[in-house]
Design a protein around this ligand. Structure first.
Ligand SMILES: [Zn+2]
Length: 138
């Protein structure tokens, strides 16, 4: 399924590259590369996933085959493919901090589904809540 570019996404929006998207999603899930590899390692050794994750986060590298990281964290392979394959004006709208997109379910810090911040439209409600009360978040 292809995600449509959001009409509210500004052409001046920062371009998110596929390697940045993987790292943003991983950091939003509070996982190190090693912890993500371990969470993914049901069938294979964590080392296999760790190598793949490190490659996915290497600046300038785009991959055709990407392991389904959504098994361990909120992540969309469709978004990855669009960032890797399409020009920036066709990229989906992503939270500028965590890389969340509106078709990926993710709870915010209040236990509700994440949506776009009304005050800061470049970020999601989860990141807005973290910014407003950083001391209360882990
Ligand atoms: Zn966010």
């Amino acid at each position: 399924m292809r995600h449509s570019p959001s009409p509210s996404a500004s052409s001046a929006a920062t371009v998110v590259y596929p390697w940045e998207y993987v790292a943003m999603r991983r950091r939003a899930a509070a996982l190190s590369q090693e912890a993500l590899a371990k969470a993914m390692s049901f069938y294979n050794e964590p080392h296999t996933y760790l190598t793949h994750i490190r490659c996915l986060e290497t600046v300038g590298l785009r991959f055709r085959d990407v392991v389904n990281l959504s098994r361990a964290m909120p992540f969309s392979i469709d978004v990855y493919r669009q960032l890797a394959d399409l020009p920036p004006h066709q990229h989906p709208r992503l939270c500028a901090i965590c890389g969340w997109d509106e078709r990926t379910d993710q709870s915010d810090h209040n236990g509700d589904l994440t949506t776009w911040s009304r005050k800061l439209p470049a970020i999601c409600t989860r990141c807005e809540q973290a910014a407003l009360a950083p001391a209360a978040r882990i």
